[in-house]
Every structure is written in C-alpha cells, then in structure tokens.
Design a protein around this ligand. Structure first.
Ligand code: NAD
Ligand code: UFG
Length: 351
C-alpha cells in the first residue's frame, strides 16, 4: 500500500449516501476506523437512523449525518455548503429485483434520477471523486464463469437496468472533460453477493418483511422466525443442481471500497471492477456450511425455481487485485458465523 495514499485517505472527508443501509453502515464504520471524516446521508426508506449510535460506539468516533434524499438538490447543496467533502461513495438506491418489476418508474426515478441529481450537486462543489455501487446483475446470465469485467452486459430486471444506466452515465462523464473543468474520476464496483455482518454482531443486514436474499432467510429459519427455507430449484446444470453464486463477506466488500477511495485520492484513473471472491458456492453448500459452523438446524424444502435466477454467476476478481491490491480474505464459514452472530444479537426492533 502506498503510504501517501493512506495519508490522503485518513485526512479526507467522505460523503456516504445510503449510509444507514446494510453496506453503508459497515462502510461508515470502517472509514471512521481509517481516520476519515464522514458526512452520512440517507432518507431511511429502507433503514433507520438508530444504526448510527451503534456505528459510533463501534468506531469510537462521531460523524455528521443528515436525513436527505439524494434527489433533493437543494438539501444536498446546503449540506455540501456546510461540509467540504473530498469524495463520495454512493450506496443510496432501491435494490429489490421483484419490486423493480412492479414499480419501474419508482426505481428509475430513485436510482437514476438520484444519481444525476447527486452528480450535479457534487460537480457544483468541485467533488469529482466518486465510487458507485453496481452489481453483478449487469452481467445477466453470464456466457462463461468466472465473469471478467469485459464480459457482455445485459440487465434483465428494471433494477439491473438502473445499475447499467448508472454505469453508462458515469462512463460518459469520465470520457469527456469540458474545457476548464476538473475531470471526474470514478470507480464502479460490481458487487457479487454480499453477506455476513460486522464481527462484533452490532451491525448487519436488517431486511424489512420477508427477506429476498438467501443468507438472511437461512439465518431467520435457523432462529425459528420462519418454519423452513425454500430452495428455489435443484435441477440447474451445476454440480448439485442448486444455483451457484459468489458470496463475499461484507467486511471484504467494504475493504474494496476503502482501497478504491485510496486509489482515487491518490489521483488514480477511473476503473470498473468486480468485487467477489472468485469462488462459486451452491445454495445447498451454503446451507450445509451454515448448519455445520453454527451447530443449528435449517430445515429446508426444494421448491420450483425462482423466475429470473441464473444457474451460475461468480467473479473473476483478478483485476481488483492487480490495480488495487485488494482481494477477499474471509471464507464461507466466516460469512455464516458472522451472519448468525448478528441474527442472535440484533436489536429486537430489527428482528
Ligand atoms: P440497503 O437498502 O440496505 O441500503 C441502501 C440505503 O439507501 C438505505 O438505507 C435506503 O434508505 C437509502 N436510500 C435509498 N434511496 C435513497 C434516496 N433516494 N436518498 C437517500 N437515501 C436513499 O441496501 P444495501 O444492500 O446496503 O445496498 C447498497 C448499494 O449496493 C445499493 O446501491 C445496491 O443496489 C447495491 N448492491 C447491493 C447488493 C446486495 O446484495 N446487498 C448487491 C449488489 C449491489
Ligand atoms: N435462494 C433460495 N431461497 C431463498 C432465497 C434465495 O434458494 O429463500 C437462492 C436463489 O434462488 C439464488 C441464490 O439463493 O439461487 C442467491 O439468491 P439471492 O437472492 O441471495 O441473490 P441473487 O444472486 O439472486 O441476487 C443478488 C442480489 C441482487 C443482485 C444479484 C447480482 O439480491 O440484487 O445478487 O449481484 F442483482
């Protein structure tokens, strides 16, 4: 790691949108730990400000927070007039694939409209270092795995389309620098399947209602909050017939963001990178590992496949290692252990 980049990071102030959410809360905790100042923004549409007190306790540091919608340019403008920031990590978005198909305009407005407004206000305030949360969903059904960044892109859902549009908007901005303007420098991070929680058990994923994603479902079944897990299909062309994904520990994912920021603050070039482990894990393997490492039962039943699921998707993460020196360190057992610790210790209001 370059010491001057680390020094730039620990002197910096970072605007974090979607800061109260699953990934945002872990990122804010780590940024504070790295010595950064943080300006946190969220509209709490899928989270609660209660998490901030736990972040401050964990990090032993405080930060600025504001209830702001990223589509509200006046509120963003006011905030950035009060706090000078060096870079932005943009997590704020709606993320349910099924909901995006039922409410396409809401998703386009929030995710694409929100991005455009945020970029406009950032430019006004001279902030042109930007990290964008994208998703492996932009690869659609990949032709080959592991998937490299140069693979063809094909978003199947409206949610996926909002991520692809976001990437394209950012590509346009980084490709052209009008005269007398500072160039944008953007790192687009395509996350595979973030799971697990902070090892303290103090923060984690708190989905509202019935979770869509596998790990929170598994943890809730293990806790007895739901009677059984539905495994969506076991006749896929994979080793055990269930779908294969690239699960990545939230702490590794967050470390990828810190590395991306260090790169940008050290005047690094714009990049698009996969954040995954490079390992494919089947649904059945994840459930078996969860039961084994935590010593709990997860009753399950195989049901019909879920519409839109692809058989296999896992990353080629070598580019992130090459350019950022980043790689994932936690294994599936760590992910299952930390997800379970969070499930057992989470505040009742989030149960
Ligand atoms: P999350 O829902 O837990 O967090 C998103 C946060 O953004 C929430 O706190 C929500 O209240 C806030 N938000 C949404 N719209 C907003 C708006 N208009 N203004 C201000 N705040 C707003 O989701 P997450 O899992 O932490 O995801 C963070 C980002 O990562 C999202 O962009 C998501 O699309 C992307 N992503 C997530 C996954 C995953 O599996 N968790 C995978 C790939 C990509
Ligand atoms: N699954 C089950 N039972 C469940 C939930 C999930 O069997 O109750 C299976 C799914 O069929 C899939 C696998 O577990 O095969 C993983 O499902 P997730 O919903 O956890 O993750 P996905 O890979 O389907 O989707 C996730 C995010 C999307 C994102 C995509 C690619 O939820 O937002 O990764 O990054 F687009």
């Amino acid at each position: 790691m370059d010491d001057s980049n680390q020094a730039a990071l620990s002197r910096s102030t970072v605007l974090v949108t979607g800061a109260a959410g699953y990934i945002g809360s872990h990122a804010v905790t780590e940024l504070l730990r790295q010595g950064c100042r943080v300006v946190a923004v969220d509209n709490y549409s899928n989270s609660s400000s209660e998490v901030y007190a736990r972040i401050e306790r964990l990090a032993g540091a405080s930060f600025v927070r504001a209830e702001v919608d990223v589509r509200d340019d006046a509120a963003l403008d006011k905030l950035l007039s009060q706090h000078r920031v060096d870079a932005c990590i943009h997590f704020a978005a709606l993320k349910s694939v099924s909901e995006s198909m039922a409410q396409p305009l809401r998703y386009l407005d929030n995710n694409v409209g929100g991005l455009l407004t945020l970029l406009r206000v950032l430019r006004k305030h001279g902030v042109q270092g930007f990290v964008f949360s994208s998703s492996a969903t932009v690869y659609g059904d990949p032709v080959r795995v592991p998937v490299p960044e140069v693979a063809s892109l094909n978003a199947v859902s409206v949610y996926g389309a909002t991520k692809l549009m976001g990437e394209k908007i950012l590509q346009q901005l980084t490709a052209i620098t009008p005269e007398f303007e500072r160039p944008w420098r953007v790192v687009v991070l395509r996350y595979f399947n973030p799971v697990g929680a902070h090892p303290s058990g103090q923060i984690g994923e708190a989905p509202r209602g019935v979770p869509n994603n596998l790990m929170p479902c598994v943890a809730q079944v293990a806790a007895g909050l739901r009677p059984k897990l539905n495994i969506f299909g076991d006749t896929y062309p994979t080793p055990d017939g269930t779908c294969v994904r690239d699960y990545i520990h939230i702490q590794d994912l967050v470390a990828g963001h810190v590395a991306a920021l260090r790169h940008l603050l050290g005047d690094g070039a714009s990049l698009t990178l996969n954040l995954g482990t490079g390992l494919g894990t089947s649904v059945r393997q994840l459930v078996e590992t969860f039961m084994q490492v935590n010593g709990v039962a997860v009753p399950y039943e195989v049901v019909a496949p879920r519409a839109g699921d692809v058989a296999q998707c896992f990353a080629d993460p070598s580019l992130a290692h090459q350019v950022l020196g980043w790689r994932a360190h936690h294994d599936l057992a760590d992910m299952c252990r930390d997800a379970w610790r969070w499930q057992c210790s989470r505040p009742r209001s989030h149960a």
